[in-house]
Write a protein that binds this ligand. Structure first.
Ligand code: BES
Ligand code: MN
Ligand code: ZN
Length: 497
């Protein structure tokens, strides 16, 4: 589907969607459309008590003599309160409601908003449409499924086409990072293995990222036994991929983004029940988001020194698989009793945390992992779980989450919980008791974060995948985290330079 911007003149054909801010009146534009359509606009507004509230939506069939097919009215909410992500959501929502049409022109009618802000609004609507229009249909072979959306083009009317287009392209760089992540997450595990995943990351070198891929022998040499233990039951060998971006000042400390990339999590010998196990193809969501984010940061030449690292493994049962009760020594020298081979994400993270701290000395670490079912029990799919050793970092992340509508909810960590993962045979065990499963997982990761490093752990198990269409995402992979962390970097790191 094509998204474009066109001149602000009253169209003579196609379908028309007109947006209103709350309690705004018709301007010349809407008045003339109203006239051309035998006053169905004003009649519908009156009949449906349409006042431009966010989520208000009216669909009208235009009188044939008007030349238009359909007319839609949509609400944007109060013009002084609406935030950027709200406008994107209005765009995405609009797209989902008018999928059947062929050619859509969108116009936002308003009286109070300055032109320059209107340019941004037009590109935010386009951005939302772009995100919502994505779907993963590469495996359908039948035409009907392939062409699910009959919408061929969307054109947004703008008073400054060039400026709108430029703004839209800025958003598109982030959105393409989101889509890169979604594509990885949606891909089944027979196609996306640690090796093919690493290959896709390697290709990001063309964006200016310095990419390094670690193979098994290198990992063995460095003693990354926690990660290797998870992978040892799989015919697909593991990889670690590092993406380095230096866009900031020379003396600025690195921020590290760390992602769990379990390409398939069967549970290993502590095998999962078969029903729903297919979901575990998306147990690499953290790694996908880190890759999509690094791609976007490079593409927009972000003024930040960032490094992304992902641990890519497959967790399988096999004659050679790791057993419950095994003890492994991680690369940083700590020993772990693996009581449950299904608590594998933390084992992978342990070794890549060591690697990134040793080689890049980051000031901040943000890790993302589809780590626990327990976080879904606590928060469902509406918030991701946030765990951190730093209040300011937490507040900054929560603020970025509110602004992008990728929300986080902070949960506690502390010595009481840390105690729960002490082992009677090694430095720690990889599971705690039944209680507080998301927290004990975070405590485990914390044991691999060096003193003085500001760290946040995002348990994204609930938000990585959606069983239903949402305003900015068709069902399946959401790409949650890319927009959030891009916003975090912009507002908190680039702005302080
Ligand atoms: N990948 C899972 C967590 C998960 C569950 C992600 C559901 C997405 C949806 C993780 O590796 C896992 O299996 N965690 C176990 C930990 C337990 C064995 C301590 C869990 O949550 O049950
Ligand atoms: Mn698991
Ligand atoms: Zn897992």
């Amino acid at each position: 589907m094509k998204i474009s911007f066109s001149k602000l003149i009253i169209p003579s054909s196609g379908s028309l969607a007109i947006g209103f801010f709350e309690d705004d009146k018709f301007t010349k534009f809407s008045n003339s459309v109203n006239k051309k359509t035998a006053n169905i606009l004003s009649a519908a507004v009156k009949y449906h008590k349409f006042i431009g509230k966010k989520d208000q939506f009216i669909s009208l069939v235009s009188p044939p003599s008007s030349g238009y097919k359909n007319i839609y009215l949509f609400g944007l909410g109060p013009s002084n309160k609406i935030k950027d992500s709200d406008i994107e959501e209005v765009g995405g929502d609009l797209f989902s409601k008018i999928q059947k049409n062929d050619e859509l022109k969108i116009f936002v009618d308003n009286q109070k908003i300055p032109k320059i802000k209107m340019v941004k609004i037009s590109s935010l609507l386009a951005s939302g449409i772009y995100l919502r229009a994505y779907n993963f249909n590469k495996y359908f072979t039948k035409k009907e499924k392939l062409q699910k959306s009959g919408l061929k083009s969307v054109s947004i009317l703008s008073s400054d086409i060039a400026a709108s287009r430029k703004k839209f392209n800025d958003f598109k760089v982030i959105n393409d990072g989101v889509i890169f992540a979604r594509n990885l997450v949606n891909e089944p595990a027979n196609i996306l293995t640690p090796i093919t995943f690493a290959r896709q990351i390697k290709a990001l070198s063309s964006k200016g990222l310095k990419v390094k891929i670690l193979t098994v022998s290198e990992m063995e040499r460095m003693g990354m036994n926690a990660l290797l233990g998870v992978a040892q039951g799989s015919a697909n060998p593991p990889r670690v991929a590092v993406m380095d971006w230096n866009g900031g000042n020379r003396n600025q400390k690195k921020i590290a983004f760390v992602g769990k990339g379990v390409c398939f999590d069967s549970g290993g010998i502590s095998i999962k029940p078969s029903h729903g196990m297919w979901d575990m193809k998306w147990d690499m969501g953290g790694a996908a988001v880190v890759s999509g984010l690094m791609k976007s940061l490079a593409e927009r030449k972000a003024k930040v020194n960032a490094v992304g690292i992902v641990g890519l493994v497959e967790n399988m049962p096999d004659g050679n698989a790791q057993r419950p009760g095994d003890v492994v020594k991680s690369a940083d020298g700590q020993t772990i009793e693996v009581q449950n081979t299904d608590a594998e994400g933390r084992l992978v993270l342990a070794d890549i945390l060591w690697y990134v701290q040793k080689n890049y000395n980051p000031g901040y670490i943000i890790d993302l992992a589809t780590l626990t079912g327990a976080v879904i029990v606590a928060l469902s799919k509406y918030y991701c779980g946030l765990f951190s050793n730093d209040d300011t970092l937490s507040e900054d992340l929560i603020r970025a989450g509110a602004l992008t509508n990728e929300r986080l909810w902070r949960l506690p960590i502390g010595p009481e919980y840390d105690k729960l993962i002490n082992s009677s045979i090694a430095d720690m065990k990889n599971i705690g008791p039944r209680d507080a499963g998301a927290i004990t997982a975070a405590q485990f990761i914390k044991r691999f974060v060096n003193d003085g490093v500001k760290w946040a752990h995002l348990d994204i198990a609930g938000v990585t995948w959606s069983e239903i269409n949402t305003k900015l995402s068709s069902k399946g992979a959401t790409g949650y985290g890319v927009r959030l962390l891009d916003k975090f970097v912009r507002d908190n790191i680039e702005n302080n330079n």
